[in-house]
Structures are given as structure tokens and as C-alpha cells.
Ligand binder design. Structure first.
Ligand code: HEM
Length: 183
């Protein structure tokens, strides 16, 4: 059962890492001091990269483990899982969103000279928020531990962290825009 436990633990910590990254990503535009933004950007990216490594561990372990019947083909056709098909499909869609957002994020520095990429990257980066939300849905639907108090606490804590960051951003951004206009 080692692989099965590894898969589940990696899934939970990946979700926490993507939550940290999402919350910091939402807070960043509201910060005025460049050094704070720099450090938050650094932690935002590091959390996303750690999340991706753990996500890869989660996916490889659930597919390799003989305890459940999940073929690697689910990565191409998300609806073909032999185990909790709907919950796994939601997980695969979350995976697509998070991987797409990471690729777009990683290309940002290299394609910074391209005006059209810079214009669209923010829109493409929304895939991260969609992927994160789907990963919360997946955790609520898929996990063996989903209704235990500790797992519910973690999942609701993740939702609360991002909701708080979103509220901060909504509150801070109009103030910032006004301050810039007044300069
Ligand atoms: C290809 C994509 C994915 C597949 C095939 C997959 C598969 C699974 C399966 C089969 C379970 C059920 C484990 C159980 O019964 O306890 C599960 C649970 C879970 N997955 Fe995924 N998953 C995917 C993507 C994701 C993503 C993107 C995240 C979050 C970043 C994630 C986080 C979790 C969490 C937190 C659990 C609950 C663990 C538990 O309660 O023990 N998964 N996943």
C-alpha cells in the first residue's frame, strides 16, 4: 500500500502548494513595494513548481498502483477511469489547467519581448485559477479521506485562503489604481 499512501499524500500536499501559489498570485498586484513583490513572486513560483513535482508524483503513483484501475490513457481521455470516473475526470481537467498555466508562466520571461504574448498571458494564466478550483472539486469528490474532519479542514482551509486573498485583491486594486492616477 506504500504507493497508494504516497499517491494520496502527494495529492494533498500538491493541493496545498497550488493553494499557496494561487493566494500569493492574487495578493501580489495589490503590493506597492517592489522588494515585497519580488519575494512573493519568488515564493509564488516555488510553490507552483513544488506543486507540479508533487502532482506528477500523485498522477504516476495512482496510475502505477495496482490497488485501483486507472490507465495512463486517462491523461488523453479523462473520462475513461475504472475508479471513481467522474472524480478522476475532474482531476485530469485540473491537471490540464495547472500544467497549461505553468507552461505559460514559464514562457513569460522568454517571450517578454513579444507584445502579443504579454497581452494574452494574463488571460492564459487564468487556467491556473480554473485548474486550482477543479483540484478542490476533485479532492472533495475523489479522496478516501474526503469526509474525515482533518481532510475537510484542509480542503475548506484551502478554499478560505484563496477567498481571503481574492477579497484582499478586490479591496486593494481600486485603491492602487486611484493612487497611481493621483500621481
Ligand atoms: C491526471 C490527474 C489526476 C488523477 C488521475 C488523479 C487521481 C486521483 C485518485 C484516483 C484519487 C483517489 C484517492 C483515494 O481514493 O483516496 C485522488 C485523490 C486526490 N487527488 Fe488526485 N488525481 C489527479 C489530479 C489531481 C490534482 C490536479 C490534484 C491537486 C492539485 C489532486 C489532488 C488530490 C487530492 C487532494 C486527493 C485526495 C486524497 C485523499 O483524500 O486521500 N489530484 N486523485
Amino acid at each position: 500500500m506504500t504507493l497508494w499512501y504516497l499517491a494520496r499524500a502527494a495529492g494533498v500536499v500538491a493541493m496545498i502548494m497550488f493553494t499557496l501559489s494561487a493566494a500569493l498570485g492574487m495578493v501580489m498586484p495589490g503590493l506597492r513595494r517592489p522588494e515585497r513583490r519580488f519575494w512573493l513572486q519568488y515564493v509564488h513560483r516555488s510553490a507552483a513548481v513544488t506543486g507540479l513535482v508533487l502532482l506528477a508524483t500523485h498522477v504516476v503513483a495512482v496510475i502505477t498502483d495496482a490497488y485501483v484501475n486507472i490507465s495512463p490513457a486517462v491523461l488523453v481521455w479523462p473520462f475513461g477511469s475504472g475508479y471513481r470516473p467522474f472524480a478522476v475526470a475532474v482531476g485530469v481537467l485540473a491537471f490540464y489547467g495547472l500544467v497549461l498555466a505553468s507552461l505559460v508562466g514559464a514562457s513569460r520571461g522568454r517571450l517578454a519581448a513579444s507584445a502579443s504574448f504579454t497581452k494574452y498571458w494574463r488571460k492564459l494564466h487564468i487556467a491556473a485559477s480554473v485548474g486550482w478550483l477543479l483540484s478542490i472539486g476533485h479532492a472533495l469528490l475523489a479522496g478516501t479521506d474526503r469526509s474525515t474532519p482533518w481532510m475537510l479542514g484542509i480542503t475548506i482551509g484551502c478554499l478560505a485562503a484563496v477567498a481571503t486573498a481574492a477579497a484582499y485583491r478586490l479591496n486593494a486594486t481600486p485603491k492602487l489604481t486611484r493612487a497611481w492616477r493621483a500621481q
